[in-house]
Ligand binder design. Structure first.
Ligand code: AMP
Ligand code: GLY
Length: 448
């Protein structure tokens, strides 16, 4: 039941580690530069003895830790930084370094082996890095998901036949990572057949050399986050993400325009089904395949009439869900992550706030298509009773905070209800100004 180990005595993980004998010192490196990484760094920085570094970070992460000018793909640079700064925990924000094998790189290096790193190895990261792998994994482990067929140029005809056997709309997914753009949902069969050809012909480069055709599932989506040490797990607070650019879920898909946590339809009964039908079989499947997985598993779920189906696995936290979720975790989150890496997450008790968090993302005009950067932001000093996580910001030559991405800033507020949290979040959103600013006005409204 959720929370996973409600009945256990709280354990002081620092005492378990003998860290109280000396002062607790925790040098932590967070990799990434978005709102998710600001939220992770913000939460970790509140822990005892924590000194947080963020590579490369943004203007917001600079307020909670030290930004380090190293790219997430520069494994050698990360190694040198870890060794010279006594880093004892690395938290990998985005999926790309995981898919590229950063965990394997740490495990294979004698000097780095002792450093804890949160995330799966390259094989485990295939749960996100290859949709075909994920679908096969689910099939092998009896995990509920949409019916599908994996196709490439060699079995294109089977793909067309499978499409003809399905009802509209049609779901086509590029096998590999495609910067969140690799899923097409099409209303007509002709269009779907055309796009299947385009995808296999390189529409998303190598990522769509293989395509997964899926049955369309109707229901309501939610994101459930698992933190596992390979043996035990905890469910972090769940969230709902708003992916479309416009109010009423209209317009183009984005990285995410807002989030709400908790999600009212994720009842204890529903979450129990998620644990029994998805989380446990997933962890057993990983063990069966001898994948040592210490990190986050983000389950993108569809609630179809009260039953959960997996839409996708991600091997990292969600963005902007993390900006809501982190604000609801109580206590020292680093305790949980150190224990996760040490394989004893069951020794740590964690609690979550009963409050509701609503997160609203402010984006640059034009996003998710072309948009401008470098716009000066004002009003940040006027914010009250909320946290503003920077998603895409930087500094100009005068040291002013400027926009530096499509998604710019995520404002999270708490309340006793979605309406109360919404009101506080939007009061603050209105205070932040930059040229071309855009946001959704209806975050959470569908849930009340
Ligand atoms: P994914 O990248 O797999 O999360 O897909 C992106 C989005 O497409 C999801 O968040 C869903 O909204 C939608 N989607 C993906 N697969 C399906 C499906 N089988 N049925 C309905 N919607 C889907
Ligand atoms: N918010 C969806 C994601 O992070 O993939």
């Amino acid at each position: 039941m959720y929370p996973a180990d409600n009945t256990k005595e709280a354990v002081d993980y620092k005492a378990v580690q003998g860290q109280h004998v000396t002062a607790v010192v925790r040098n932590i490196l967070v990799l990434g530069s978005g709102g998710r990484e600001h939220a992770l760094a913000w939460k970790l920085a509140q822990g005892e003895g924590a000194k947080v570094f963020i590579a490369p970070g943004n203007a917001g992460t600079a307020e909670v830790g030290t930004n380090v000018n190293i790219k997430v793909g520069d494994f050698e640079g990360i190694k040198q930084f870890c060794l010279t700064n006594g880093i004892t925990l690395v938290v990998v924000g985005p999926e790309q370094p995981l898919v590229d094998g950063i965990v394997d790189y740490f495990k294979a290096d004698e000097q780095l082996r002792a450093i804890r790193i949160i995330g799966p190895d390259e094989r485990g990261a295939q749960l996100e890095g290859s949709k075909a792998f994920a679908k096969e994994f689910m099939a092998n482990n009896g995990i509920p998901t949409a019916r599908c067929l994996t196709v490439n140029k060699a079995n294109l005809n089977d793909g067309v036949a499978f499409l003809k056997s399905l009802k509209a709309p049609y779901v086509l997914k590029a096998d590999g990572l495609a910067a969140g753009k690799g899923v097409l949902i099409l209303d007509s069969l002709d269009e779907a057949i055309d796009e299947l050809g385009n995808m296999l012909g390189g529409k998303f480069g190598d990522a769509s050399a293989t395509v997964v055709i899926e049955e369309f599932l109707s229901g309501i989506e939610c994101s459930v986050f698992v933190l596992t040490d390979g043996e035990h797990y905890v469910l972090l607070p769940e969230a709902k993400d708003y992916k479309r650019i416009g109010d009423g879920d209209k317009g183009l898909n984005t990285g995410g325009m807002g989030a709400v946590s908790p999600v009212p339809f994720c009842s204890p009964e529903f979450l129990q089904k998620v644990e029994d039908r998805i989380v446990k079989p997933t962890l057993n499947g990983l063990k069966k395949e001898k994948i040592d997985y210490k990190g986050f598993i983000f389950l993108g779920l569809m609630n179809c009439g009260g039953d959960p189906y997996v839409i996708e696995y991600n091997v990292r936290m969600g963005d902007p869900e993390t900006e809501a979720v982190m604000t609801r975790i109580e206590g020292d989150f680093a305790d949980l992550l150190y224990a996760c890496a040490d394989g004893c997450i069951d020794k740590v008790h964690y609690a979550k706030s009963a409050k509701t968090a609503v997160t609203v993302m402010l984006v640059s005009g034009g996003y998710p298509e072309a948009y401008q950067k470098g716009k000066v932001m004002t009003g940040m000093d006027q914010l009250k009773d909320c946290v503003a996580f920077h998603a895409g910001t930087g500094f100009n030559a005068d040291g002013q905070v400027i926009t530096a991405g499509g998604r710019v800033i995520a404002v999270t507020a708490h309340g006793n209800s979605i309406m109360e949290a919404r009101e506080k979040a939007y009061q603050n959103v209105e205070k932040i100004k930059f040229e071309g600013e855009n946001h959704r006005h209806d975050i959470g409204l569908d849930l009340v």
